[in-house]
Design a protein around this ligand. Structure first.
Ligand code: EPU
Length: 337
């Protein structure tokens, strides 16, 4: 694909922010990617995957490289499981549906998450009791120093809640080109303990769910709570759920006895940021053409025409208000540029 100039990035980010890329290229092969990095023509580069976890606050004065690598390969199969390699530019949800069509188990709880396969390991995407790390086998990534592909095992990636080596020490040094998953081919292990899934399966009158049923339940829950980025610009959860110490939690609970929480370890407790934001009065609040989603306070929305700056300003107002009321810092989950 040729390099294009002055391209609007609106179709390439799920927030629907209309900023321009000075230069833009879609790449379809790893060779093309290596050639771009080997050439000195565009010193400044900006990698774009599915554009579902970013807030763009200004024009991008660089060569935007849209990773459009496609394809899926079955690497090996045993009696119980299968190793599948998927190229980075495949749409995440389409890939999940393909695995379910083939009756491969493991990704059903992660149905309908926006974004691409190649960006899924960066923040270890997770939903409804399952994280990417549970089925991630390895990934290939172009090392931007050597221009060779390195392989990262599950352990190498240092996965944590919404975190991995690619957000820490390896940040900016690699481009993930493909991901390999280990999925079950029979005796699938279902994760249906998450409250909303149990009740959705009951609504659907399903007693012995299949992986396909779990996916349908997750899709129904997500559609009822989370705005479809094709209709309302958004980036899913804008903030991470904060993890606080037991003593901080005890103080919080004295003032807010009903605070929902999950015990993470003997020392740490996770508090849902959505609850903090709702309790602070922001849920459903609109500021003209942007605001806080009415059904899930963790999601900031662009109703059309908002700037990245507007949304950043709102996120800062939410952060400072939460700090003032609860003495808790909440961190953005999306990447801000
Ligand atoms: N809550 C509120 N008000 C809200 C939203 C949530 O009080 O507006 C409370 C709920 O009542 C519940 C708790 O917060 O007690 C947790 O809510 P929910 O189950 O909706 O999950 P979450 O913690 O808000 C996380 C992920 C979501 C993922 C869901 C389901 C993060 C940052 N977000 O949200 O991920 O879909 O769990 O597993 O961890 C995403 O990353 O884009 C995303 C949508």
């Amino acid at each position: 694909m040729p390099v294009l100039n002055n391209i609007s990035l609106k179709p390439y980010n799920t927030f629907g922010i209309d900023v321009k890329a000075k230069h833009f290229i879609s790449i379809n092969s790893v060779k093309e990617l290596k050639d771009i990095y080997a050439s000195k023509k565009y010193p400044s580069k900006f990698i774009l995957g599915g554009g579902s976890n970013m807030l763009l606050t200004q024009d991008v004065d660089a060569l935007v490289i849209h990773i459009d690598l496609k394809g899926k390969t079955i690497i090996s199969q045993t009696e119980h499981d299968v190793l599948i390699n998927c190229q980075a530019g495949e749409n995440w949800h389409d890939f999940v549906l393909w695995t379910l069509d083939n009756n491969y188990g493991g990704l059903e709880n992660l149905s309908l998450i926006p974004g691409n396969v190649g960006t899924s390991p960066i923040q270890n995407i997770g939903a409804y009791g399952v994280e990417l790390k549970d089925t991630f086998y390895s990934c290939n990534a172009l090392n931007l120093n050597t221009l060779k592909e390195d392989t990262f095992s599950n352990k190498d990636c240092k996965f944590e809640y919404r975190n991995s080596i690619f957000k820490q020490e390896a940040k900016g040094q690699y481009i993930i080109t493909s991901v390999t998953f280990k999925l079950s081919t029979k005796n699938h292990v279902l994760h249906t303990n998450y409250g909303a899934i149990t009740s959705e399966l009951e609504n659907m009158k399903i007693k012995n769910p299949t992986i396909q049923d779990v996916s349908k339940a997750v899709i129904a829950i997500r559609e009822s709570k989370l705005p479809n980025p094709k209709e309302i610009g958004n980036s899913g959860s804008f903030f991470k759920n904060p993890v606080i110490t037991i003593s901080e939690f005890e103080k919080l609970q004295q003032n807010f006895p009903n605070v929902p929480h999950y015990v993470v370890s003997k020392k740490a407790i996770k508090v849902p940021a959505g609850w903090l934001i709702e309790t602070a009065g922001f849920k459903g609040k609109s500021f003209g053409n942007y605001g806080v989603h009415k059904k899930q306070a963790l999601v900031l929305v662009n109703y059309g025409g908002a700037s990245g700056h507007d949304i950043l300003k709102l996120s800062k107002l939410i952060q400072s208000t939460i700090y003032r009321i609860f003495n808790i810092s909440i961190e953005a989950e999306v990447n801000i540029f």
